[in-house]
Design a protein around this ligand. Structure first.
Ligand code: NI
Length: 179
């Protein structure tokens, strides 16, 4: 099932999401729906609040990118915890399906150690680096109620202010379902 993607301005994107209780949520179905929704919008990451579900879960799939680093990077992260963040901060031009048409340079540390559950409720602890780490950090921010635009300079934020206002009114040109 394809969900509409929640746009900037909706308060669900600003909530700190709650942990998922295993018996309460069918994470298999939810993760399939999230992949389907993300693929329909050509995204590489999607967090549950972006479909209106204030729970600590996100999916990533970098296989559509022409990138050796992202090939095979398709995962479900449930109740993730960033155990450690390290390495040299580096900048990259990020975007977000909930904030269409806006991009901005965000500085993030290059390495993370993450503990999480997969869609079979198997607990994992893994290290990620580079672009994989960045996608996870971006999605992790979503479940903390944080957006990439929060990192932008005051000047840049001023420049995008009107665009953000329009997005929050639903005025944006995208080829996927939004809400
Ligand atoms: Ni995003």
């Amino acid at each position: 099932m394809i969900y509409p993607i929640i746009l900037y301005g909706n308060s669900v994107l600003r909530e700190r999401c709650k942990d998922i209780v295993p018996t309460k949520v069918d994470v298999k179905t939810l993760s399939e729906d999230m992949f389907e929704t993300m693929h329909s919008a050509d995204g590489i990451g999607l967090a549950a609040p972006q479909i209106g579900i204030s729970k600590r879960m996100f999916v990533v799939d970098g296989s559509s990118l022409d990138s050796e680093e992202m090939k095979g990077f398709k995962k479900v992260f449930i109740n993730p915890k960033i155990v450690d963040e390290s390495g040299e901060p580096w900048e990259f031009d990020e975007g977000c399906l909930s904030i269409p048409g806006i991009r901005g340079e965000v500085k993030r540390k290059s390495e993370i150690e993450l503990s999480y559950f997969d869609e079979n409720w198997i607990q994992k602890k893994e290290c990620f680096s580079g672009m994989q780490a960045r996608v996870i950090q971006h999605e992790y921010d979503h479940i903390e109620g944080k957006l990439f635009i929060d990192y932008l300079s005051a000047i840049k934020r001023k420049l995008i202010k009107n665009k953000l206002l329009e997005i929050s009114k639903g005025n944006c040109d995208v080829n996927y379902n939004v809400k």
